[in-house]
Design a protein around this ligand. Structure first.
Ligand code: SF4
Length: 94
């Protein structure tokens, strides 16, 4: 069942997953599995999410609920797509 106000193409739940729900603080009926691996991870400190860094320098997204709360993750990724496109662009010879 897709929660009210969320387009069905942008909502998916995998309730059989061993880790469902893998983040705390989101009502189960709004928990969205569509962005299980956040496309914004590669933006590092500029992703706009609630990350921390481990003592070894790895980015830790455990406390970030944005990709899983309804369609907030889809909206955030769309708003940052220009930044992802720049990262993916073919490097021009200098
Ligand atoms: S899960 Fe949250 S903190 Fe991690 S990359 Fe995505 S938006 Fe950033």
């Amino acid at each position: 069942m897709v929660p009210e106000g969320i387009e069905k193409n942008y909502f998916f739940q995998h309730t059989e997953c061993d880790y469902f729900p893998c983040h705390e603080g989101i009502p189960k009926e709004r928990f969205n599995c569509m962005l299980c691996y956040c496309p914004l991870y590669t933006l590092g400190e500029d992703c706009g999410g609630n990350y921390t860094y481990t003592s070894k320098g790895a980015k830790n997204c455990k406390a970030c609920n944005i990709p899983h709360n309804g369609d907030s993750g889809v909206r955030l990724v769309r708003s940052r797509f220009a930044d992802l496109r720049k990262l993916a662009a073919k490097k021009q010879p200098s």
